[in-house]
Ligand binder design. Sequence first.
Ligand code: SF4
Ligand code: SF4
Length: 402
Amino acid sequence: MSMNVQPDREFIQVVKEAGGDTLKQCYQCATCSVACPISPDDSPFPRKEMIYAQWGLKDKLMSDPDVFLCHHCGDCTAMCPRGARPSEVLSAIRAYVYTNLGWPQSLAKMCTSIKNLPMLVGIPALVVFVMWLISGGMQLPGGEHFAKVGYQQFFGHWDFHLLSKNVLFIDIIMLTAVGIAVYSLYRGITLMWKGMASSLDQGGVGYRPGMVQFVKEFLWPSLVEIVQHKRFEECKENHSRVRGHKPLMLAFIGLFFVTIYSMVKNDVFGIFFPSLHGPISMWNPVKWLANVAAVAMIFGIVVLWQNRKKMEAEGTARNTFYDWFYIWIIAAVGVTGLAAELLRIVSIPSLGYIVYYVHLVSVVMLFLYLPYSKFAHIVYRTTAYAFDRYRQSAYVKNPLNE
Ligand code: SF4
Ligand code: SF4
């Protein structure tokens, strides 16, 4: 059977520039698919992805769940006899997908190059600065007052008890960034799912699970598997990445609970009980959770930082902006968060306010650029895990009996 292949040369070039520059060295020996600890026998990867990439089959790769199931462990790269670095090629393909499914496209494209770093930092820095300026809160508190209220009056104070001024300004800034990220990710995974589903051969009988079925049978088990790092644990070559990845993930889960607690306390109960406005007490277990999570975040990112450096030094990974951007952002969030807390404890408001400003800017960057950075794998890989379960299920394999 002959096949007319229309290579997308621009796609090949982008993948090469994003760290997949070795893809043409692959000669299809399939050692990588054998070496991959999570590749299934009935649909092995990453050999087939290597040839798709060589041929520039962009659409096929954008709807290939195996590209996202890969967790970049490097076992395949270590075994490849041609130095084709399949793990890096898959990583570059993922970067391409995040950019091309991202919304708005201008922002997604901006996140692909270090040349845009001044803009990527400058936009959130300017937004937070302007909000700080118009809030009228640019006044340093005295040491005693600072020790009592912390950064709760960073954006000023008013006697309007329904919502503290700080909460209002932070909500406006963060919810805007989160809103853009959530919409972008929702749009991205919807398109990704449609693409993956269209590649399924269901013998013309399509059966779609309801929302409850989907969550119960596919999404929830996938989330449990991800939290437990089951597939990650199978990695041999870069097993130390698990030591960094796990605390980082748990740190984010912990900080998510702290944020929800803080929002409910300030934005919901604070409306009825104004005395609830204010920083979380040092003796509150939620505060301890926040501090432990911040330390775990810094520990995790240091491990990932070292690991990345090691891989680059060994020549198994290339130094790319895509890989480093999210490491820098998370490091900035963790370090400035902890430093702001320490400066509050030792009561140095001048330095504390500057560090807190940088912290807010880095948090905005974390949320805003999540859909287009390596960080997006949290959502896209989870979707691919759920899809993997779905395609193995009776809904697809045996739809008439479902
Ligand atoms: S990437 Fe390497 S190991 Fe995999 S098929 Fe190509 S040459 Fe073989
Ligand atoms: S990087 Fe690891 S998970 Fe990804 S294809 Fe290679 S061996 Fe498999």
